[in-house]
Design a binder for this molecule. Structure first.
Ligand code: NZQ
Ligand code: ZN
Length: 387
């Protein structure tokens, strides 16, 4: 097991109708609040009114930044930074999915930095401080509700980049499974795939003798596989939604990477596809991940055998390790297809025009991933297999 440090200061407030605690959670940080939200789902569901009611109860001065895009944009983040400075904002409240949360984190860091917030994504500057932020999550997917990461797109340069800092962990996140009832099937699917992909990135590792981390990972996968289908069959199944929501948080809150070397190559490749084509993150991952698996599994076939047997209950009797591993990978693809995720870039109207650029950008600092470090040529092969 590798040495590691675990730090996570986010207070999780989980359960039905927990938005009622919003006022008391915000009050210690101040009353000048920037409310950040997306394209309007929170108005349709009534959550917007509930949040404003809670903010009014504590006498907060509320400023709003609506219109955060899926794959949130730098231009929108800059609008939020400007409001924070002009209005002397003391607290940022993000209400929505991962994109809204990520935008809020970038705004929180950018508001207290004199340079361009993009500097943090290109390692030109390190986040030293940030405004405090809290979240009300409405979609099970990214884990952004309990981590210090954010992913922002620069639409002018067609780059999608991450920033990360312990300064931007949410001070609290409210997770009410009922707030995810309205998530449409396609976004539910994207979330399922994203959660599973976060587990894959940390599970397919060359680190051995880490049974606890492996079983944590497998338990999240099994929970998501089962409850994902239940939530799709009945969007108002409270327990299914609750189990998905908690799985999403645990998949990326710093639990799984403890003591193991993680990979993250597939996320790196997906971000390059999204940067050019603005596709949903989960859809890109559904296409790419089984192809990454097929490309790399021979590096440690035993891990893929374990995955096939424990997660997909593949019967290993009289089969070679390669056969078992490939059956597990096929089961992954079959599940994604069964729940309605795309299997090829072509299904999203993406052709081969920009594959070279995507592979180039993904490997701009050298080979990516650790299970099998991927060169530009390797990334190209995976992208070609995904067409
Ligand atoms: O904008 P609104 O109207 O709110 O609609 C959103 C959006 O259209 C809708 N939605 C959210 N909650 C809803 C709802 N619709 C109905 N009812 C609800 N309760 O869903 C659509 C997608 O929302 P978005 O926030 O974009 O989805 P997601 O949570 O999947 O976030 C994706 C973004 O997070 C980044 C991705 O790259 C992508 O930009 N990631 C962030 C990570 C992190 N911070 O740790 C890690 C991830 O790997 C990922 O890269
Ligand atoms: Zn992801």
């Amino acid at each position: 097991m590798n040495a590691f440090e675990l730090y996570n200061p986010t207070k999780l407030v989980f359960g039905a109708d927990k938005v009622g605690q919003l006022g008391e959670l915000i009050e210690p940080y101040g009353k000048r609040v920037l409310l950040v939200y997306g394209g309007g789902s929170i108005k349709t569901t009534g959550l917007y009114d509930d949040v404003l009611f809670q903010l009014n109860k504590i006498g907060a001065a509320v400023f709003e930044l609506p219109g955060i895009e899926p794959n949130p944009r730098l231009t929108t983040v800059n609008k939020g930074i400007a409001i924070c400075r002009e209005e002397k904002i003391e607290f940022i409240l993000a209400v929505g999915g991962g994109s809204v949360l990520d935008a809020a984190k970038a705004i929180a860091a950018g508001a207290l930095y004199s340079g361009d917030v993009w500097d943090f994504t290109i390692h030109k500057a390190v986040i030293q401080e940030a405004l405090p932020l809290g979240t009300v999550l409405t979609l099970a997917a990214t884990g952004s509700e309990m981590n210090g990461n954010a992913v922002i797109s620069n639409w002018e340069t067609k780059q999608k980049r991450a920033l990360g800092s312990k300064q931007v962990y949410p001070r609290f996140s409210i997770l009410d499974p009922k707030l995810t009832y309205s998530v449409p099937p396609n976004q539910t699917v994207n979330g399922i795939v994203d959660i599973m992909s976060h587990v894959f990135e940390q599970y397919f590792s060359l680190t051995t003798d880490v049974p606890l981390q492996e079983r944590f990972a497998e338990s999240i996968l099994l929970t998501v596989i089962e409850n994902g289908e239940k939530a799709l069959a009945d969007g108002r199944d409270y327990d299914a939604r609750a189990n998905l929501l908690l799985s999403g948080t645990y998949a990326l809150n710093g639990t799984l990477p403890n003591g193991v070397t993680t990979d993250w190559a597939t996320h790196g490749i997906e971000h390059e596809v999204s940067a050019i084509y603005d596709i949903p993150h989960g859809a890109g991952l559904a296409i790419l991940f089984p192809n990454w698996m097929k490309y790399v599994y021979k590096e440690r076939v035993g891990k893929f055998v374990q995955y096939a047997v424990r997660v997909w209950q593949v019967d290993p009797t009289s089969k070679s390790d390669d056969e078992i591993a490939l059956e597990g990978i096929e089961a992954t693809r079959a599940y994604f297809t069964r729940i309605g995720a795309p299997a090829t870039l072509g299904e999203l109207g993406i052709g081969g025009e920009h594959l070279d650029r995507m592979a180039d950008e993904a490997t701009r600092f050298g080979p990516i991933g650790s299970f099998k470090p991927l060169t530009k040529e390797d990334v190209l092969r995976i992208l070609e297999a995904s067409l």
